[in-house]
Design a protein around this ligand. Structure first.
Ligand SMILES: [Zn+2]
Length: 373
């Protein structure tokens, strides 16, 4: 039985919203379905992946049936993207598949997706400069930190379409919409400035936060409710005070991705000291503790006086999701949305993970309903 959450932080000053005015505008693109990773190479074994195009199709079908205002993304230039990511990463992603096929790997040894075999770790280089290798099979490990995040013919198109979806959602909010939802795929929060992985290629949420900064918001809060720690978003803003990052996630110390980041003692660095907040949760955590953590993240964003909010909206903490051992209910997601709505901030929600196809749509709908206040 779920214990009701008390909104003690905001009881003194309740924020009231016109429910219809905060109905999310949904931004989507045909391009996001073009990425077909085909598989994941996990512990050396080619396994079926769960980050499939049907994810966005299922979410959109549910939201369409619920009469959301669904709009297509507009094209945007690269200016925000290149301020978030190393141009070398962008160039690599644009060209990797063509280089791979040109090198003949599809026929020999029979690998139809770009996958690293060698990663230049700091220990391997031991202080030597990180050079750009000439061979594509070596370059693959220069920019990708795992073997699960394969590149196929539509990967770049989809990842770049997700950036357009994100920036269009930001446009709606900067023009006055209180809430916009970017129906992005592939997800993005595991991508650092210069390395991708975790089924992510470009960091959509980080691009949203940076675009809101450039639109005049002096401080933007990113709150990440995906089941996994958003190591990429954390890394991108770790030294900055103007974009704060808060995440609740399955405890990496319990043996979960991304393993090397997401610990509670990671609080930011330099000007960003104190702006980063991680709340690792034990396997089997359900609504009660999960929602208390959402309240802590909201309080953190409020204390740092953010004027706009980006929600990294992963729904893979849900009970039925195959990718995490958290046990959050549909009602829990709606409550999380309501807690974040109480901040009263213009909000861009960006789709991250969520892999249980039968419940994805209603989980996203519930969260957006909550975010509507
Ligand atoms: Zn996740």
């Amino acid at each position: 039985m779920r214990v009701p959450i008390t909104h003690k932080l905001w009881d003194a000053e309740p924020v009231t919203h016109d429910a219809s005015a905060r109905r999310a505008i949904v931004v989507r693109s045909d391009g996001c379905a073009l990425h077909v990773p085909g598989a994941e190479i996990w512990v050396g074994v080619r396994t079926p992946g769960t980050e499939v195009a049907e994810r966005v199709e299922r979410i959109e079908a549910t939201l369409d049936a619920r009469d959301y205002n669904i709009v297509n993304a507009d094209g945007h230039g690269d200016s925000v993207l290149v301020s978030i990511h190393d141009p070398g990463l962008i160039t690599y992603l644009q060209s990797a598949y063509e280089r791979w096929t040109d090198a003949g790997f599809v026929a020999d040894p029979g690998q139809d997706r770009v996958v690293p075999y060698l990663m230049p770790t700091p220990g391997m280089l031991d202080g030597l400069p990180e050079r750009e290798p000439t061979a594509i099979h070596a370059a693959a490990g220069r920019w990708c930190y795992d073997t699960m995040t394969l590149i196929g013919p539509g990967t770049w198109t989809a990842a770049r379409a997700a950036i357009d979806v994100t920036l269009t959602a930001v446009d709606h909010v900067t023009k006055g919409a209180p809430l916009a939802y970017a129906l992005t795929r592939p997800p993005g929060h595991h991508v650092t400035r210069s390395a991708f992985g975790g089924s992510c290629y470009l960091n959509n949420a980080a691009v949203a936060a940076q675009a809101l900064r450039e639109a005049g918001h002096e401080r933007v809060a990113v709150i990440d409710i995906d089941a996994h720690h958003g190591n990429g978003t954390q890394a991108i803003f770790y030294d900055r005070a103007d974009v704060t990052y808060g995440s609740l996630h399955i405890d990496p110390a319990a043996g979960w991705f991304p393993h090397y980041a997401g610990f509670a003692d990671e609080r930011g660095r330099g000007a960003g000291t104190g702006a980063n907040l991680n709340i690792p949760l034990a396997p089997e955590t359900g609504d009660d503790l999960w929602l208390k953590a959402v309240e802590q993240l909201a309080a953190h964003a409020s204390a740092l006086q953010a004027s706009a909010l980006v929600v990294s909206l992963g729904v893979d903490a849900a009970l039925d999701d195959p990718e995490s051992p958290l046990r959050v209910s549909v009602d829990g997601y709606e409550s999380a949305g309501r807690i974040l709505a109480a901040l009263g901030l213009p909000t861009v929600a960006v789709q991250e993970g969520g892999y249980h196809l039968d419940t994805l749509g209603k989980l996203v709908d519930a969260t957006l309903t909550g975010l509507g206040g």
